[in-house]
Design a protein around this ligand. Structure first.
Ligand SMILES: *[C@@H]1O[C@H](CO)[C@@H](O)[C@H](O)[C@H]1NC(C)=O
Ligand SMILES: *[C@@H]1O[C@H](CO)[C@@H](O)[C@H](O)[C@H]1NC(C)=O
Length: 310
């Protein structure tokens, strides 16, 4: 994220109406990519509504104790350890007026739903401290190197106690079958906030294909092995990730899900030269880029020795 964007968010936060404005943390790169398919309109979303997933948590920010917005998605790799993206924590998030919560066990994470379920034993709402509890990869530099090492772990001060908890296992090898992504990202290009968690089917592509498809935006620089790319489909249509889906898992679905990637970034529609700062809409005809968890096994297990790679 550029400094300009961070500044804009800072102003947004303290203008009276705009607690919600900070949530657009999804990495977006506005370079003009080559068009490789027809351009859709506002209908593009991550996918179809789904129930709370036993491994997923929403990251929600509050300003002076008031509900702000969900800003990222995450997965549990231990009852008190949460995998997400580094770019979920730009400098603005360190502002003393901002509090961060991990919300587990709800599909609907709007304010009323969180309030209603405060004492629901199936739900865990855990406040964490950005200085104390968040480990961001040291080499993460943002857009300057195409969001390499966009990975972070939250060390929750208390574990999730909800009985449904299912810790995500992590992939050591390539998995292409039955892969999905879930997230609480914006539902369409007009920035509508999500009511519920949403899910889409992934079509993971090879490094070579990703490099080719992103050639125009990466200036020919190959996509490194630390990243993995995918297209998405939901309800039979092309889908795309959006602001707020960041940090969410790319995973093989099933009774014992296996996480393959952590959502990092996507690309704007090529026709938009200068998108608004909080633009949420990602071009589904460009592969969306994830951190490949197998590449980070040592880093993850140094922080979370119990993290299970299979
Ligand atoms: C965007 O999503 C909101 C919330 O569901 C909906 O009301 C609105 O009609 C959607 N916009 C478009 C263009 O689909
Ligand atoms: C908690 O989950 C259990 C098992 O799914 C369910 O039977 C129960 O009604 C839930 N409790 C609440 C308060 O939602």
């Amino acid at each position: 994220m550029s400094r300009v964007l961070i500044l804009a968010l800072l102003i947004g936060i303290f203008s009276s109406s705009a607690v919600a404005k900070i949530s657009r943390l999804f990495n977006t790169v506005s370079t003009l990519p080559q068009l490789i398919g027809p351009v859709g309109e506002d209908r593009i979303t991550l996918g179809e509504p789904t129930t709370a997933q036993p491994f997923a948590g929403a990251l929600v920010f509050y300003v002076n104790g008031k509900y702000g917005d969900p800003f990222c998605t995450s997965s549990l790799i231990a009852p008190d350890r949460v995998l997400t993206a580094a770019h979920c924590f730009p400098p603005i998030m360190y502002h003393p007026k901002i509090q961060l919560k991990f919300v587990y066990g709800l599909s609907d994470i709007r304010e009323a739903s969180i309030e209603e379920n405060k004492n629901n034993p199936n739900v865990s709402i855990i406040t964490f401290d950005i200085d104390e509890d968040v480990e961001i990869h040291d080499d993460y530099k943002g857009e300057s190197n195409f969001f390499l090492d966009d990975i972070a772990i939250i060390e929750l001060p208390t574990p999730v106690t909800a009985p449904g908890l299912k810790v995500m296992r992590l992939a050591k090898t390539e998995i292409l079958d039955n892969v999905h992504d879930v997230g609480w990202g914006k539902m369409n290009c007009t920035h509508a906030s999500p009511d519920t968690l949403r899910k889409a089917e992934a079509n993971v592509i090879s490094q070579a294909e990703c490099t080719e498809r992103l050639n125009g935006v990466r200036g020919g620089i190959p996509v490194p092995d630390s990243q993995i790319c995918s297209f998405f489909k939901a309800m039979g249509e092309l889908a795309a990730v959006s602001s707020g889906d960041s940090g969410g898992p790319l995973y093989q679905d099933g009774t014992d899900p296996i996480q393959i990637g952590v959502l990092s970034h996507g690309y704007f529609y090529p026709k938009i030269k200068d998108p608004p700062k909080n633009w949420a809409c990602i071009n589904p005809y460009f592969p969306q880029v994830f951190v490949r968890v197998s590449y980070y096994q040592d880093w993850i297990q140094k922080i979370v020795p119990s993290a299970q790679f299979v």
